[in-house]
Design a protein around this ligand. Structure first.
Ligand SMILES: Cc1ncc(COP(=O)(O)O)c(C=O)c1O
Length: 394
């Protein structure tokens, strides 16, 4: 038995999260807790600075417009993009739906996905009438890019993969995925929901065509997310309304350039400000530091769980901040319920990835996911809770 190395939180930010206190929150992959800086930015935006954007001629509205556009530049800059390449959406789900619905198919009706995709990166393609090909996984739960290379054809319009799996934490070789997509003239969309809070991302270096993520997994508010796109102006608008038009008559309407042409209606103004605060918060810590911290926690957690008899661990050893497991003979929901009794919050279920559960041959897993505020005390509590699960289930 290897004694797991206990790491002390190198980031030391736990006391910035007022909603955690003594709780062992291991469900950041579902949604991240919020640091005080984000809560303050949202509160002040409503309590002091609030006004509409892009319409008012009065000073406060023009200030809010400036802050909304600054947030766009910051969110795009976080992943190496330019301000006018980023559309605010309701979340990653809406961002992927936007591409699936709006991208002209140009005679190509297939999309190449993988077996570990979140339903948000499966169902939009089905609704948009694409035929799906699913790339298999390697034994340790990575997208098998050798297989992807063999499967891609000129019928594929898009290759769409999770940059980091929300169940297994597997990190995609995104640059290679881009090369594979482009080798047949397809576009690469990355679902960056789990990557953006955990890794430095550079869409230019990767060669991605679209990149989707949600603010609430990045320590920001719910209800706002981002679609970055290299050439958004090639896509027609997908929702109509105010703010996205140039000129409207009953006969004909012309549209603004991207990104505004994709933001019909009054946007989530304060959401953008909260997202900007979250971007500033992670950038101050640095995503390199967050990534190193979460990798150390994953190594510690996997070592601790492998020391317990009767635990099945899923995913690769070097997963990014996320580990799925099952206690043999115990349903994941029972495991999570008992863990909750001892103050440990993990997610249990199919994690919106039913094809992956089929691939793993299980109905559900329990999932522990880490964040910047996590530390060894969370892993120790998880281990104590699993020992309790084993005592209860004999
Ligand atoms: C990998 C992945 N993709 C997409 C989503 C959907 O994100 P949202 O519900 O914020 O739109 C999630 C959320 O769990 C996710 O983990």
């Amino acid at each position: 038995m290897n004694a797991p190395t206990r790491i002390n939180s190198a980031l030391n930010v736990r006391d910035q999260f007022p909603a955690i206190d003594n709780w062992h929150y291991l469900d950041s992959a579902a949604t991240a807790q919020k640091p005080q800086a984000v809560i303050d930015a949202i509160t002040e935006a409503y309590a002091r600075d609030y006004a509409t954007v892009h319409r008012g001629v009065y000073q406060r509205s023009s200030e809010m417009t400036g802050r909304y556009e600054d947030a766009r530049a910051a969110a795009s800059g976080l992943i190496g993009g330019r301000a006018n390449e980023l559309v605010f959406t309701r979340g990653a789900t809406e961002a992927i739906n936007l591409v699936a619905r709006s991208l002209p198919k140009e005679g190509r009706n297939r999309v190449l996905l993988s077996n570990l995709e979140h339903h948000s990166n499966i169902v939009p393609w089905q609704l948009a009438g694409y035929e799906i090909d699913a790339v298999p996984l390697t034994d340790d739960g990575q997208v098998d890019l050798d297989a992807a290379e063999a499967m891609i054809t000129e019928e594929h319009r898009v290759v769409a993969f999770a940059h980091v799996s929300n169940v297994l934490g597997s990190v995609l070789d995104a640059k290679r995925a881009a090369d594979i997509a482009h080798s047949k003239g397809a576009l690469l969309l990355l679902d960056g929901c789990q990557a953006v809070p955990r890794l430095p991302v550079d869409v230019g270096a990767i060669g991605a065509d679209f990149y989707a993520f949600s603010a609430h997994k990045l320590y920001g508010p719910t209800g706002i997310g981002c679609l970055w796109g290299r050439e958004l102006d090639r896509l027609p608008p997908w929702q109509g309304g105010g703010s996205m038009i140039d000129r409207v008559t009953f006969e004909q309407t012309t549209y603004l350039d991207a990104p505004m042409r994709f933001e019909a209606g009054t946007p989530h103004i304060v959401g953008a400000i909260g997202l900007h605060a979250a971007v500033d918060w992670v950038e101050k810590l640095s995503l390199d530091a967050i990534h190193a911290h979460e990798c150390a926690l994953i190594a510690e957690c996997r070592a601790a769980l492998s020391n317990i008899d009767g635990i099945t661990l899923y995913g690769p050893e070097d997963s990014a901040g996320i580990v799925s497991f099952n206690v043999d003979g115990v349903h994941a929901h029972d495991t999570a319920t008992i863990l909750d009794d001892v103050g440990v919050a993990v997610r249990a279920g199919h994690h919106c990835a039913q094809p992956l559960m089929d691939w793993l041959g299980v109905p559900a897993t329990a999932r522990a996911s880490f964040a910047a505020h996590s530390d060894s005390s969370d892993i120790e509590a998880l281990v104590r809770g699993i020992e309790q699960v084993k005592r209860i289930f004999g």
